[in-house]
Design a protein around this ligand. Sequence first.
Ligand code: NAP
Length: 340
Amino acid sequence: MTLNVGVIGTGMIGQDHIRRLTQVLSGVAVTGVTDIDAARATAAAPKGATVFATPAELIRSDKVDAVVICSWGPAHEEQLLDCIAAGKPVFCEKPLVTSAEAALRVIDAEVAFGRRLVQVGFMRRFDADYRRLKAVLDGGTLGAPLIYKSVHRNASVPAGLYTSDMPLNDTLVHDADISRWLLDDEIAAVEVRLPRRSRQGGELRDPHLVMLHMAGGAIVDVEISVNIAYGYDIRGEASCEKGIAALPNRPATVVTDAHGIRQAIPEDWRERFIEAYDQEFREWIVAAGAGTATGPSTWDGYAATLVGDAALRAVASGAREPIAMRDKPALYAAPVRKAA
Ligand code: NAP
């Protein structure tokens, strides 16, 4: 059976997901698109797809079984609530929403519906390297994880569009989510330290050193450098009681020439996580076809929103900022790692 998908937002990642849904994956068709810019939606629409005037019309349409939201963050809440009201599975790019209150409204709606419908685009959880790292930690042979080091480096970010708050309320969400997932724990508090400013980004506050205090006592240190010039470099290493486990350097062709021996570094997130995005959608298509969702949930989107908020408070206060979460609804109960 083919899953008929409607895509809301046909910007950069919307177009990339349409390519993946139409040219890479099977069992799925893009039958509808919409964008605030109708010409962009028309240009991005695959052959035979309907261009809808509004997200609400796309969501309600009989031509659409499930929805992919790739609009900008502030539009997500209304679109998610409409999908839940229509009982349609929805894949939502991060951020889930842009405030904790909005996240709770989406949680309340999904809990009232009674079944998971929302999957959030935290693609790292589908990356083979991260999955192997998690399998080692879950296996327990290294004992409890004590420290996790997460490195998030971008070659550059668009000047003027990417603001000084975005390392903390946009970029950090990926490191926060993957840390919660790898360590199977919630983030209880956040600290931020600012080294001297990189001259690469002009007035942009960069880099950031973020400390995530996990509820169970482990500490995650996150380096976010968004103008590091040399490439997109994502690293992770867990120090445990009896050893360490780390992501490998991303396998790449080794070039040997008169300048030496070197390996290329991914240019950006599309190249580094291309297989992860494919796998994320493979698993979503199966779940959405069964009328539900898998992987990162509304609860995970809520947690990431709280971390972003706390990080912004922490950079302003210089203090350790606590995070208070609502009790987790049973709908989002996740398997807990076996004790080591
Ligand atoms: P983008 O290129 O600006 O695309 C967003 C598109 O949605 C634009 O065409 C925008 O139109 C349109 N849009 C805005 N509001 C809308 C609405 N209410 N209804 C329908 N369409 C609307 O941004 P992007 O880079 O693709 O990012 C889109 C989302 O994906 C963001 O939430 C971003 O954080 C997320 N993202 C995730 C990853 C990841 O690693 N998982 C990577 C990149 C982006 P206008 O330009 O006219 O506003």
